[in-house]
Design a protein around this ligand. Structure first.
Ligand code: AMP
Length: 612
């Protein structure tokens, strides 16, 4: 399969101008990108002044004595750099129903539930109504950019696996839901005008169905029925697309039966989904069913995406950051299709776009759009410096090659808020810097949208190892690995045990196994992990049961010897709490004496009650 591209020339790190646009609407959007990126600093100054002016009377800005000032100097001198935890008391008041202008002069319209957690629960990010327009604006720039590289995307459809989650209400009756759910349920999405570049195979009713099985089933079925129309296949994150492939592996027979019979399984009960699917599945198509069954029953699923959807030009899926671990699996299933990462965004703010979308995943850079919010950058690595707020660099002033932590000020009232993302500057588009996503700060393990940090893993090991105490056993060392060779992936925790009691090591392990203690340890760890982990595990099925691999005594000494043989200092050596390097994994796996899986899902229930 060949992706036709309009090849752009590049000189050094400077990216050539985007274009030419394929139509008048696109050229307007490309002009906007040019305008914004040509005047980065002026746009940023204006955005900050606008935010400070409208929020001048908020309790938050008054607290820091800004006195209505709207200039950078006053802002930087008076307003501190904060984390979510610093804002939590204010956010809690809003969640409890205080409608006064605490953070934002505009009413908080809802909370977005971030996949980032605080004290084990999803962060609640305040948002205002007009933010939807800003998000829509960034979304609307994606296709005009894509059209510069891949022509003919108006000649077919996109097969996108998109899902919504049930919304919750805070005690003060504000809606709390994930960002994508909020966007999909908005009028911007539901009543979008027809656009030949944004036609999806999934009926809106299927995307809006909160039952994840029915939604996925209907979206997959509609994608199969329109297989020759499909020009791009996507999901938000790589893990989501792999989940869809796994779903096909598990359900292709039912899907083929439906296509052969021309009627939808009774397992899909949602009336609006049934009605939407019926428009496409109006008569039996034994030929298509036979073709699909033949492809899916071959033992080898290599290149299944292009075998079923042969006109696919690229995968539209984020494979940067934690999702990079899925690149090789996606290459396998897609037969090496380009993977396009179009956007960098969060619940707090939409940041920017990839202006050179057809590139290797390792080369992806996002250009932050200066009109989305006010952006500052904390040079990464000097955490010991006391007054961090004085060291923040403005968007236009970052330096190529340096790493920074992103700090944002938003229209909805987050001021100098640390997002937790570490970015490296790779170049500039006009005067707007381009960033490679390096990593999320403090994240050790991630399979889907879960993010587990070192402290959370430590707590989980501690709570599980309490179950060993009656057996006089302890965990002497541990490390972890995000196992993604299976779908869904799962956490693997390597434990080295010490038996202090009457039993020697081998006997102790036998007793633990006999009593099912190790399985209970797996579950105890899962119970202690954060709400996003447990939701992925229980409600979404996007993470498999946690596994403990017990390694033989002395393994962690061998691990240290290995690190020292590779140049690590013996004095500074610390056991890595997460391992990814193949030789280290090989070493650990060669020492495994027993493996154990969590026998049941952990408990998870939405913190707040579901909305009616
Ligand atoms: P959430 O607030 O749950 O929407 O998650 C937002 C976070 O997801 C960001 O702060 C990043 O850490 C991560 N993220 C979003 N977009 C990308 C991307 N294109 N590449 C890598 N990580 C991303």
């Amino acid at each position: 399969m060949v992706v036709e591209m309009v090849v752009l020339t590049e000189s050094g790190s400077a990216v050539a101008k985007l274009g030419p646009a394929t139509n008048e609407k696109d050229s307007e959007k490309l002009r906007l990108i040019e305008e914004m990126t040509a005047n980065t600093d002026e746009v940023q100054k204006k955005v900050l002044a606008e935010i400070l002016k409208r929020n001048a009377e908020t309790e938050y800005l008054r607290r820091y004595g800004l006195d209505g000032a709207t200039d950078r100097a006053a802002f930087k001198a008076k307003v501190p750099v904060v984390t979510y935890e610093d804002l939590q008391p204010d956010i809690q008041r809003i969640a409890n129903g205080d409608r006064s202008a605490i953070l934002s002069a505009h009413p908080i319209s809802e909370f977005l539930t971030s996949s980032g957690t605080s004290a084990g629960e999803r962060k609640l990010i305040p948002t205002i109504k007009e933010d939807l327009g800003r998000r829509q604006l960034l979304h609307s720039l994606q296709m005009p950019v894509m059209n510069c590289y891949v022509p003919g995307l108006d000649q077919g459809k996109g097969l996108y696996f998109l899902f919504v989650k049930s919304e919750m209400k805070t005690p003060g009756e504000l809606t709390a839901q994930p960002l994508l759910t909020s966007f999909i349920k908005s009028e911007h999405f539901k009543n979008r005008p027809y656009d030949p570049y944004n036609v999806y195979t999934s009926p809106t009713a299927a995307i809006l169905c909160t039952d994840s099985f029915q939604s996925m089933y209907a979206q997959m079925l509609c994608g199969l029925l329109q297989r020759l129309d499909v020009l791009r296949v996507g999901a938000v994150f790589a893990s989501g697309l792999l989940r869809a492939i796994r779903f096909l592996q598990l359900h292709w027979q039912d899907l083929c039966n439906d296509i052969a019979a021309g009627s939808l399984t009774i397992k899909v009960t949602d009336h609006s989904v049934r009605a939407a699917v019926a428009e496409l599945l109006s008569q039996p198509d034994p030929e298509l069913a036979g073709f699909l069954a033949a492809e899916c029953s071959k033992g080898d699923w290599a290149g299944i995406i292009t075998r079923i959807w042969p006109n696919t030009k690229y995968l539209d899926v984020i494979v940067t950051g934690a999702m990079a671990q899925y690149i090789s699996t996606l290459e396998y299933y897609s037969g090496g299709l380009p993977m396009v990462c179009t956007m960098y965004a969060s619940s707090e703010c939409y940041f920017g776009l990839n202006l050179r979308p057809i590139c290797e995943p390792s080369e992806v850079s996002y250009t932050i759009m200066p009109n989305m919010g006010y952006f500052e950058f904390l040079p990464h690595g000097d955490d010991h410096v006391q007054d961090q707020s004085q060291r923040l660099v403005d968007l236009a002033d970052v330096e190529v090659g340096k790493e920074y932590e992103l700090v944002i000020t938003t229209y909805a009232g987050l001021n100098r808020y640390c997002v937790g993302d570490i970015l490296r500057v790779t170049g500039f588009y006009n005067t707007a810097p381009q960033f490679r996503f390096v990593r999320r700060k403090n994240v050790l393990l991630s399979i889907d949208s879960d993010k587990t940090d070192e402290a959370e893993l430590q707590r989980a090991v501690e709570s599980a190892s309490a179950l060993l105490r009656p057996y006089d056993g302890t965990v002497v060392e541990y490390t972890s690995h995000a196992y993604t060779k299976s779908i869904p992936g799962h956490y693997v925790i390597y434990w080295e045990l010490l038996a202090k009691g009457v039993y020697n090591g081998d006997e102790a392990l036998e007793v633990l196994k006999r009593d099912g203690v190790m399985e209970r340890c797996c579950l105890a760890m899962e119970e202690t992990l954060n709400a996003v982990y447990r939701q992925c595990r229980v409600a979404d099925g996007s993470i498999g049961p946690l596994e403990i691999r017990v390694v033989r005594g002395g393994t962690f000494d061998d691990l240290m010897d290995y690190a020292i043989s590779r140049g690590a200092s013996i004095n500074q050596y610390k056991v890595p709490r997460c391992v990814t390097l193949p030789p280290i994994l090989e070493l650990l796996n060669s020492r495994v004496v027993s493996t154990h899986f969590s026998p049941a899902p952990p408990t998870w229930s939405p913190l707040r009650r579901p909305a009616n």
